[in-house]
Structure formats: structure tokens, C-alpha cells
Design a protein around this ligand. Sequence first.
Ligand SMILES: NC(=O)c1ccc[n+]([C@@H]2O[C@H](COP(=O)([O-])OP(=O)(O)OC[C@H]3O[C@@H](n4cnc5c(N)ncnc54)[C@H](O)[C@@H]3O)[C@@H](O)[C@H]2O)c1
Length: 247
Amino acid sequence: MSKVAIVTGGARGIGRGCALALARKGFDIVLVDLLEPEMERTAGEIAAEGRKALRFAADVADHRRAKEIVDQVTKAWGRIDFLLNNAGKSMPKPMVEITEEEFDRTIAINLKSCFNYIHATAPVMLAQGGGRIASMSSLNAYTGGVTSAVSKFAYAAAKAGILGMTRALAKELAPTISVNAICPGVIKTELGNSLTQAREPELIKGIALGRLGTPADVAEFVAFLATVEPNFITGQDFKIDGFQWVV
Ligand SMILES: NC(=O)c1ccc[n+]([C@@H]2O[C@H](COP(=O)([O-])OP(=O)(O)OC[C@H]3O[C@@H](n4cnc5c(N)ncnc54)[C@H](O)[C@@H]3O)[C@@H](O)[C@H]2O)c1
């Protein structure tokens, strides 16, 4: 039987890279994203790797929709081996300007989304006797957000929340499900970030490996977490940042 991975935010960027790396490791992929044309493109690339893809247009902040999607996946494919909570968005805004709605939305997209998909998926993994979960945090969880001129405090709070949730769930769901977090540094996605682009030479000075990261840098590590055997890794957060220390 094929292994099955759910990748939220898998249409583009780091999520797309992870979906393709997992497909190359033999996973059929469930994509959950808001961007339908981009999802279609990524599904085509997964098919080119010889794997199947299911696509769901959904907002990861929607708890009920997460349950519906997981139900449909288990009906179609019978199991879920790996969940990658990758969808996220930074939406920088200083404390003195942010509204309650903007704060809630940042937490909903970046942190509650992880709860939504773990809440829906964990019972399936427990019933089948195994599974693995990884959630995309950020270096910002440690630094408070340094690559933007505008404050990312709400995003940093959500991403730090992922680390606490990861540690608690690693204990609660052990030994059946492993739960880890990934903390990328500055990753150059195909879309790019104009602010980061403008500051690239300055940013690189503070990165030991002398370059920004790529989706492949994160994806290869995620694929390792999804497949390494024997697996004695849970409750951890892994910085994938080329050792970025100043910016
Ligand atoms: N790029 C970086 O430098 C960097 C650094 C640290 C952490 N991250 C994290 O990595 C993850 C991926 O980021 P990226 O750089 O690839 O960004 P991206 O914007 O290129 O991709 C994010 C994907 O998530 C989807 N998404 C966003 N909000 C959604 C929602 N509410 N419902 C469903 N899908 C949604 C988007 O449509 C997109 O396909 C995010 O969680 C981000 O916070 C990125």
C-alpha cells in the first residue's frame, strides 16, 4: 500500500518543495491550499513523479473543513502516514496599529491551523498504529522576527506556539505518532519577498553558509523526518537556516 502525506499550503513555495520531495520518497500527496491554479500545477508535478495527488481548496483556519478533508482522504486512500502543517502567512503589523481581527487571523492561519489538522488526523494515525507530524514554525519563534522592517510579533507568537504544542503533543501522542517542528531561516521561494530581496546582501553576511535557503533545503529535511527508520526523533524543533545569527 502507498504511503499518504497531507501537505497544507502545498501549492507553492516551501510546501510545494516538500510535496515533491515526499512524492519522490513514494508518498501519494494531499494538497490543501487556497490557490487552485498553483495546486493544479503542483499536482501535475506530483503525477510526473509517478505519484497520485488529491487537491482540496480550503482555508486551513477552518476547523470543520479540516475534518471533512481528512474524512474524504481516509475514505479515498484508507490511511494518513504523514501530516505537514506548512500553510502560513506573516502579515506584519506593529502592536499600536494591529486590530483584534488581524491578530486573531494571524494566530488562526499559523497556529490554529496546526491544531485543526492534527485534531482531524491524530485519531486516524492512532487507529492505524502509526504516523508522523511536522509543523512549519520559523526562526522568528526564537528571534521575534528580524527580516522585516515591520513588527511580526503576532506571527512570532503563533510560530512559538507551534513549538509548545509540538513538545506537548510529542508526549501525549507517543509512542504511536512522532511530532516535530521545523524552523526555517530566510528561504527564497519562487514568489520571493521584495523586502528580503532588497536586503539579501546584508542578510547573507549574517548566515554562516553564505546564502539564503531554498525550498529544497527544507524539503529534503522534511522528507527525512517523514521516512527515517528507525525513528527516535520526536518533540524537537529543527532550525534549517544555514546558521543565521545576525540581521
Ligand atoms: N519563506 C521563508 O523565508 C520562511 C521562513 C520561515 C518560515 N516560513 C514558513 O514556511 C511556510 C511556507 O512559507 P512560504 O515561504 O513557502 O510561503 P508561500 O506564501 O510561498 O506559501 C504558503 C502557501 O500556503 C498557502 N496558504 C496561506 N494561507 C492559507 C490559508 N489560510 N489556507 C490555506 N492555504 C494557505 C498559500 O496559498 C501558499 O500556497 C509558512 O508557514 C511560513 O510561515 C517561511
